[in-house]
Write a protein that binds this ligand. Sequence first.
Ligand SMILES: Cc1ncc(COP(=O)(O)O)c(C=O)c1O
Length: 380
Amino acid sequence: MWYLENDNREKIINLARKNKTPFYLYHIPTLQKEIDKYKNVFGSYNVDLLYAVKANFNKAILKIIRNNGFGADVVSGWELKRVIDCGFKKISFSGVGKTDDEIILAIKNKIYFINIESFEEFERIKYFSEKLKIKTSISVRINPDVDINSHNYITTAKKYSKFGVDFKTAFEIYTTTQKSPYLDIKAIHFHLGSQIFSSKPYEIALKKIITFLDDLKKKGIHINIIDIGGGWGVKEGNQSKGHKKLFNVLKPYLKNYKFILEPGRSIVASSGVLVTKVLYRKKVYDKYIVIVDAGMNNLIRPSLYGVYHPIINLSSKSNKSVLLDIAGPVCESSDFFARNIRFPLPERDDILIIASCGAYGYSMSSNYNLRPFTAEYLIY
Ligand SMILES: Cc1ncc(COP(=O)(O)O)c(C=O)c1O
């Protein structure tokens, strides 16, 4: 990985000695490699790539992604404003709780399509499109009831998930849309969740969608754009792989349908690290607890999902391991980055990196305990 290469190691240590820690650091050549994997596999087919902005909304990163021909998938009015500012052209808008203001913003900007997540939301979109006399393109987010074998909190398309609608409701939305002069049926959508490592769930969901589209055809509704969402996984400490497996799911249908993908994590995860400094060590019976200056307010994934992001001490070469935990300074018992790992005991002021933080790192951070948001730096 890029952060283990000698010159990058030096750069990170220098940055950490000269600037306030913690901070996020992104390696742009790695980001470009991840982008290229999608372009190489899907680029010459009828596929639109809409980057899921929620994973990382840093403006410089967004511009790089946009310059590579991606559109954007957003989940709030604020994300929508940002991607418009950054020059994205094709924009989809998902999310279960769009407010009137957010709906109006999307309608006025005539975005690629709004992904509808409930019948009542559909009624608001219909009402405002008719009131403003602007034709709005819509897509319905289906909940196809498919498990992905991932953490419960990032599984989004099981029977009682809050996202999307069932096929019956979708049918009602599409047939009502057909009758409105201010609504245009653009696509159909599903998003199964995150950290998916098998193409099987996509295959199962897609089959259900195709059957549904055949039913709609009988009612004179022809949809030829299928948005399969994001979710392709990346193991912490690794780069993404296996895009061809995802392509193979779409391949039999490419003759008849255009596809949309909304990758987030697999584009940005491997290019980012969180750089932090060791504040204190304390011995607790038979092990140590190492306190660093980054906390769960900077990176919540370990506390929220119990995920381990590989941690590397860049400033020490010691390899005599002890049993230890690595914790942040936040006043919560869940503020841990590692528990019971064997790791060389760091010195105070050592520089550690927490790897694979390019996705859902900074973008999920908060200023809990009134701790400030961090800086973000880029290596080109
Ligand atoms: C609607 C939608 N599309 C795409 C994504 C991106 O998922 P991932 O970052 O796992 O690729 C998400 C993430 O939760 C999402 O909610």
